[in-house]
Design a protein around this ligand. Structure first.
Ligand code: PA5
Length: 425
């Protein structure tokens, strides 16, 4: 057995047995089999109610309580989801920013329409969503009255602790649980992601079934395990001096999936002075902006390219008798064929330019394979953290900005830090 296989085996065992650093946060490893089936049915029921009584669902959350839902909705429904004519409510995300203009814009986008709120926070105390919840809860209560508004608020939070749980119990909101043993960035397949995703009309049974398939496949140890292969490749490249992994896809709907992936890997690996910096590009658009750097800049990059083979529709390039643009050599070809040649040509160019490429091919974009993909990336992330020698399930670095922000805002208990910071400023 090679040294690489041995370390992968050890990392794999730590994930499977919850015996590595942060093992108390590995509930997601068996989640596709062990999830709470009763709550799952409640999620579907709540989604149906929201689809019936609301034209807009306002989803309040940040980081792991935000990106997964948006990633799946944009990938499976469309990055133009809210612009489309559809039989499901618009889904507007807030609580992921402190920008006044962004929050005001969401308020005006709701307008006079009927809406509900899904407020999501595991800790129940994160500032950005807590502030947004105050604002949008106020709007909802002004529109429907306190009692009726409470029937339109769904809180996804810890099962027993935190300010949000206390508020939900006091006000009588329907609540969903973020399991104790699952951290925010690994929580998309819990109620955190599933409720907004179901409201957008995605088949969450299929999503979970794809994840369960990945769980079974990736539980098999050995070098045939595709999770081991990806983890080994990224680790070998890191050891070889690569410092940035760029996730590239040729589908605009993938943009937020890449954002979710960046949080997953950045927060899991970027610690103790180590870790690949996760970046993303949307091709072919970014070939005309970032392509130069990737081809020719610092050689500390590698790319992971995601290719979905079959688009949902078919578009043929028309013939033009005048052929002034000289494009008749493409006439009769599908746009998918052109996109694929762009992908192939780019991989060859970038590899030739000194940027190694990892290519992942999926047949098409549908719920089952997206569920598979989510679990795959989570599993590889856990493996990668252990290969790197870090705890992939904590995020101590996130606290630094929070402490300073609380101090500058004058939160009680932060008086000394406030004085220090003001002297520094
Ligand atoms: O992955 C994580 O743990 C973080 O991104 C959290 O999800 C994020 O900070 C939001 O935390 P909370 O859900 O407690 O509001």
């Amino acid at each position: 057995m090679s040294a690489r296989e041995q370390v992968l085996g050890k990392a794999h065992e730590m994930l499977q047995n919850s015996s590595g650093p942060g093992g108390e946060f590995t509930g997601w490893v068996k989640l596709p089999a062990n999830y709470d089936k009763v709550e799952f049915e409640r999620i579907k029921g709540a989604a149906k109610k929201i689809q019936t009584d609301s034209q807009v669902l306002v989803v309040i959350g940040i980081g792991g309580s935000y990106l997964g839902a948006r990633a799946v909705i944009e990938l499976l429904c469309s990055h133009n989801y809210n612009l489309k004519r559809k039989g499901t409510p618009d889904v507007l995300f807030v609580g992921n920013t402190l920008s006044t203009d962004a929050v005001l814009e969401v308020m005006s986008l709701i307008g006079e329409r009927d809406f509900s709120i899904n407020v999501i926070s595991k800790s129940g105390t994160t500032t950005e969503p807590a502030v947004a919840f105050r604002v949008f809860k106020g709007l909802l209560e002004a529109k429907y009255g306190k009692r009726a508004a409470a029937k339109r608020i769904y809180a996804t939070t810890d099962k027993s602790r935190g300010a949000l749980k206390t508020l939900a119990d006091t006000e009588g909101y329907e609540t969903f649980v973020v399991p104790d043993d699952i951290g925010g960035r690994y929580s998309v397949l819990t109620a955190v992601g599933l409720l907004p995703i179901a409201v957008a009309g995605v088949d969450i049974d299929k999503l979970m079934s794809g994840a369960a398939q990945a769980m079974d496949e990736l539980a098999q140890p050995g070098l045939d395990n595709v999770g081991w292969q990806y983890a080994a490749a990224r680790h070998a490249l890191y050891e070889d001096g690569k410092r940035i992994e760029i996730l590239a896809c040729y589908e605009p709907g993938f943009r937020f999936f890449a954002e979710w992936w960046k949080q997953l890997y950045g927060e899991s690996e970027g610690k103790d002075g180590k870790g690949l910096f996760p970046a993303s590009v949307e091709f072919t658009a970014d070939l005309h902006s970032m392509g130069q750097y990737i081809q020719d800049g610092h050689r500390n990059l590698f790319e992971t390219v995601i290719h979905f083979e079959q688009p949902r529709g078919k578009l043929l390039i028309p013939t033009d008798p005048d052929n002034v643009d000289g494009l008749n050599f493409l006439a009769g070809k599908t746009l998918a064929f052109v996109n694929e040649q762009a992908l192939r040509g780019t991989i060859l160019a970038h590899v030739e330019g000194g940027v190694p490429n990892v290519l992942m091919t999926l047949p098409c974009i549908e719920a089952q394979s997206v569920g598979w993909f989510i679990y795959f990336f989570e599993y590889v992330c856990g493996l990668s953290g252990y290969l790197l020698g870090v705890n992939p399930f904590d995020q101590p670095g996130v606290e630094a900005y929070k402490k300073n922000m609380f101090a500058l805002l004058g939160k009680p208990g932060y008086e000394d830090r406030k004085a220090q910071l003001e002297a520094m400023l």
